[in-house]
Design a binder for this molecule. Sequence first.
Ligand code: R5P
Length: 267
Amino acid sequence: MSWGLQSRMARIIRGDGHGVMLAVDHGYFMGPTRRLEKPRETIAPLLPHTDSIMITRGVLRNCVDPKADVPVVLRVSGGTSILNEDLSKEAVTTSVRDAVRLNASAVALSIFVGAPHEHQSLVALGGLVNECEEIGLPVLAVTAVGKELEKRDARYLGLATRIAAEFGAHLVKTYHCDDFHKVVEGCPVPVVIAGGPKLDTEMDAFQLTYDAIHDGAVGVDMGRNIWQNDHPVAMIRAVRAIVHEGASVKEAGDVFRSLREGKKGRK
Ligand code: R5P
C-alpha cells in the first residue's frame, strides 16, 4: 500500500483503528430524504464530531464549507432512483479527477451482488480500484442491497464483502447481522457498518453500533439514525463514545441523555 494511500486511509480510520463516518449521500438516489432536505443545515452541526463525511460532489460543493477540515469520502457511483424497482443499475458518475479536485480522501461505489446488474457494478469496482491505485486514493465498496433489506444475513453479506475485497476495495461498508463476526473474518480489509433505516429508539442504534464494533467492525458509516433523530449531535457523540472510547450501550445512553438535557431541540 503506497504512502499516500495509507495516509488517506489514516484520515478515515483513525490512530486507534476506528472511525466514525457520517453518511449524507442518500440524496443521490432518494432525493430530499427526511431531515436531509436542507443538507447544509443538517451537516454543519455534525461536522465537528465526525472523522469523515460520505457525500456526493453536488452536496459537497454547495452545502459544505470548503474551509471545514473534514476528510471527504466521495460517492462516485449512481444512476438509478428510488422510483425504479431495480436499484442495481449504477455506474461511475463522478471521475477520479474530480474526486482529487475536491480533495477527497477516498471514493465510494456501490456493488450489487446477486442483483440484475451485479456484473456491471463489480466491473466498475475493479476499474475504479485500477484508477485509484495509480494515485493512492482508497476505494470504499458499499455492499448495497437495494430495496431487499431482508438480504442482510451473514451468508449474503459475507459473500458480498469478500468479493469487494477480492476486487481490491480498501474498505468495505456493509450491514450488521447475526453472526457478523463471520462476515468480518472472511473479509481481509476493514469493514464499517451502515445504520440502515432509523431504528425505533436511540438505544437500538447504540446496541447496533456496540455489537458491530465488538464483532470486528472498525467503525460506522451512519446516516439516518443520527440526523433523523431529534438530537443529532447527541446521537453522533454517543455513537462516537462507543466507537472510539469503548463505551457500553448504557454509557452511550448516558452520554446521549446528558447532551440532550443540556441542549434541548435539534442541536
Ligand atoms: C445508502 O446507500 C447510502 O450509501 C448511505 O450512505 C448508507 O446507507 C448509510 O446510511 P444509513 O446509516 O442511513 O443507512
